[in-house]
Design a protein around this ligand. Structure first.
Ligand code: F6R
Length: 258
């Protein structure tokens, strides 16, 4: 695993942007997996800036998002589709026909999930998958206990997630109880996985991800089995690591894969 520990959120976002921009420049027709949430917002701001000021070209990319709430139309302001359009896609020249986000209103959910997996395969697999991590070690909506070989499927949200989300919805009826999510197995097939984390409350999950046993109770711990897991995290998220001297960027020459 390549672990880079940066000073703060700004530095983490800058470094993550370098990795993604480098991927797009090296292979303009890359397939990129995107995540939502607060963590990658700084990265997306920098990608927009690179498009506007340095001509970064998104037109040949194919994209796949990790997850989406069931029951929300893409136009709903809490849908992940809405997040992606407002935080990135609306501001760059990505081809809408090459964007894939699981559809929370699909009639046949199981068939839709199988179609999503097929689309990833037809696109030649994901070159670079961007990931956040939950404080409980989840990746995408693969909560603790998720099968480590899982594929794209419907998941019941934990009662904690449902409660946490309730504040974002005027209509309590609309608060989602299910999500569609790529599985841990789907994520593991990406060529490179770029996992970002900042904030102190992620520190225990990062410690378990890097230094704990591989377990379904910490789905992110599967990063230890990935052929190229790249973690770009800030000091606060790294604060509970025991072996920071092994993980620090000073110890890892640029571009070295381990
Ligand atoms: C979002 C996703 C989630 C988030 C994670 C961290 O598409 O898959 O797993 O990455 O919950 O969320 P933030 O970044 O808001 O702390």
């Amino acid at each position: 695993m390549l672990v880079e520990i940066l000073d703060d959120y700004e530095a983490m976002s800058n470094r993550a942007a370098e990795v993604v921009i480098d991927q797009i420049r090296r292979k303009p027709d890359s397939t990129i997996g995107f995540a939502t949430g607060s963590t990658p917002k700084g990265l997306y701001d920098r990608l927009i800036e690179a498009h506007k000021t340095r001509g970064l070209d998104f037109s040949k990319l194919t994209t796949f998002n990790l997850d989406e709430y069931v029951g929300l139309p893409p136009s709903h302001d809490q849908s992940y589709a809405h997040y992606m359009w407002t935080n990135l896609f609306d501001h760059v020249n990505v081809d809408p026909s090459k964007i894939h986000i699981p559809h929370g209103m699909a009639d046949d959910i199981d068939e839709h999930c199988r179609w999503y997996e097929r689309r990833i395969e037809e696109a030649g697999g994901i070159d670079l998958q961007i990931l956040g991590i939950g404080a409980n070690g989840h990746i995408a909506f693969n909560e603790p206990g998720s099968s480590l070989g899982s594929r794209t499927r419907i998941k019941t949200l934990t009662s904690k997630t449902v409660e946490d989300n309730a504040r974002f919805f005027d209509d309590p009826e609309m608060v989602p109880e299910y999500a569609l999510t790529m599985g841990v197995g789907t994520i593991m097939e990406a060529e490179e996985v770029l996992l970002l984390a900042n904030v102190t409350n992620k520190a225990p999950a990062i410690q378990k991800t890097l230094e704990g046993p591989i377990t379904a109770m910490v789905p992110a711990s599967m990063m230890q089995l990935h052929r190229f897991a790249h973690l770009v995290i800030d000091e606060t998220a790294a604060s509970e690591l025991e072996y920071t001297h092994h993980h620090g960027i000073a110890e890892v020459p640029d571009g070295q894969r381990s």
